[in-house]
Design a protein around this ligand. Sequence first.
Ligand SMILES: C[S@@+](CC[C@H](N)C(=O)[O-])C[C@H]1O[C@@H](n2cnc3c(N)ncnc32)[C@H](O)[C@@H]1O
Length: 291
Amino acid sequence: MTPLDYEYLRKLLRERSGLDLSADKQYLVESRLVPLARRNGLAGIGELVQKVKAGSDALTVDVIEAMTTNETFFFRDKIPFDNLRQAVIPELMQARAAKRSLRIWCAASSTGQEPYSIAMVLKEFAAELSGWRVEIVATDLSLGVLEKARAGIFSQFEVQRGLPIQLLVRHFRQVGELWQLNADIRAMVQHRQLNLLQDFSHLGTFDVIFCRNVLIYFDQDTKASIFERISKQLEADGVLALGAAESVVGITDTFKPFPDRRGLYCPNVARAMPRVATSQAMPLKAVASAR
Ligand SMILES: C[S@@+](CC[C@H](N)C(=O)[O-])C[C@H]1O[C@@H](n2cnc3c(N)ncnc32)[C@H](O)[C@@H]1O
């Protein structure tokens, strides 16, 4: 790959997906794009770049998808899901008792393990949430991962990563060497394509937002812009979950960490005064104690 081809791809990826590649990541681009070039009958990255420059939209999408990292697994990091089960959902059920509605957004949901982990936690509250409107919206940039997520079919390796055996037995059916997630859990999640670089205000507001292990690939300005826009989609007493290697510190003051709940953040009310003043929502106990 020539330095010019690399610079072209870096710019394209930053503009289209937010991926912020440092100057020394040629090996990563080669390892992902040489196989893509071969599959398309092209000699190498040089020809691939020529086709993309010539305006091949399909190939451009393939380049962007090939460069996304889709690593995920059930109940990743465990603690956010324990917090969801032990504190966030019970407290939101109290706060939303009149409205009887819960909306959860899993941004950058990859192949579905994360939104389905959330769905399995919510299923534990099925009796209490009977008659409630419960929505889990899972979004990702990549159509390929969304297709796999919708199918809800996982390999033995995938179900062995993070999924407790009781939940495997309860919610999956073995089909040959694969595991099919039961229809009731699949039906709890709506999958939609969405690029976090673009406007997402049409999604409406949420009580909980999971946006984990995607912002690490973006530069500071992109992260700050996404935090700012996410803060507008989160209820004043809502909760944001980030990945273990992610934080708001030094990037934005729109959120602040929960002191005792690793990976969870709440809207920074002091900064967002006008919006909070108009909110009818009752503050969660945990939020109140954190303020
Ligand atoms: C490493 S996975 C994280 C999956 C899951 N959140 C987790 O923590 O296990 C990152 C996901 O972000 C998606 N992604 C990358 N850039 C994106 C963008 N600009 N908008 C939306 N999703 C994006 C990728 O397609 C990929 O599925």
